[in-house]
Ligand binder design. Structure first.
Ligand code: 13P
Length: 261
């Protein structure tokens, strides 16, 4: 088990509009309250589409809900002629604490390079957001280079300009496990997470590396979360599909109930 505060995050991707987001967040908060979730022992965050953020912020702030939230991407630029982009300053103004950077869908579908991601990480930090940096290998990478080489290289690339002591979250998401129903094994996730942590120590220093939460993502469900959370270097999960199912996500957030069983 981790000694860091576990982090359970739901990446909604392009699902749920702002009205649906309000209903979902309200029900999630009720479900976790009913279950008497101790938010001191687990941080629960959601990453809705940009158009939901204002509604989510308003609800969370008005009802003082102990949930965190953030954007799914951020511009490398502060402001200006960048049609369609969202600045870190705008996310911060909506009380976002976190922002996902470098999800494999953005690396693949939007051709985001390590260099571009390094600029996004720098922009997020400049605006006081904590980057949730995603790294992970494809099935082909796994066959050719083994499990750690590509995620470690992506980590180095995206963190090229961060300083010692930087506050970040890393999500290890093997591309072959995303949306496939075929999660990595806890041992596989632990092996890569340990490598990532060792690399982080070189980049941001031992102390910050040992404080950094490293999440696993890829076909996480209520039935397999406990296995990941029992590993020493896995500090939480970045959940896709199952984060859209209230009962599933609520149960994943309550992983402590399953870990001991
Ligand atoms: P799934 O949980 O649907 O496999 O998605 C994982 C993911 O991409 C989270 O960012």
């Amino acid at each position: 088990m981790t000694t860091r505060t576990p982090f359970i995050a739901g990446n909604w991707k392009m699902n749920l509009d702002h009205l649906q987001s309000i209903a979902f967040v309200q029900k999630l908060a009720w479900s976790l309250k009913d279950a008497k979730l101790d938010y001191g022992t687990v941080e629960v965050a959601i990453f809705p589409p940009f158009t939901d953020l204002r509604s989510v912020q308003t609800l969370i702030s008005a009802d003082k809900l102990p949930l965190k939230f953030g954007g799914q991407d951020v511009s490398a630029h502060d402001s200006g002629a960048y049609t369609g982009e969202i600045s870190g300053a705008f996310l911060k103004a909506l009380d976002c604490e976190y922002v996902i950077i470098g999800h494999s869908e953005r690396r693949t579908l939007h051709h985001e390079t390590d260099e571009k991601l390094a600029a996004k990480v720098a922009a997020a930090i400049t605006h006081g957001l904590v980057p949730v940096l995603c790294v992970g290998e494809t099935a082909e990478d796994l066959e050719k280079h083994g499990p750690s080489a590509v995620p470690v290289a992506q980590l180095r690339g995206a963190l090229a300009s961060v300083k010692t002591g930087a506050n970040i979250v890393v999500a290890y998401e093997p591309v072959w496990a995303i949306g496939s129903g075929q999660a990595a094994t806890p041992a596989q996730a632990e092996q890569v997470a340990a490598q990532l942590r060792a690399t982080l120590a070189e980049i941001i220093g031992e102390e910050a590396a040992s404080a950094t939460r490293i999440l696993y993502g890829g076909s996480v469900k209520a039935v397999n979360i406990a296995g990941f959370m029992r590993e020493a270097n896995v500090d939480g999960a970045l959940v896709g599909g199952a984060s859209l199912d209230l009962a599933e996500f609520s149960s994943i957030a309550q992983f402590q109930k399953h870990v001991g069983t």
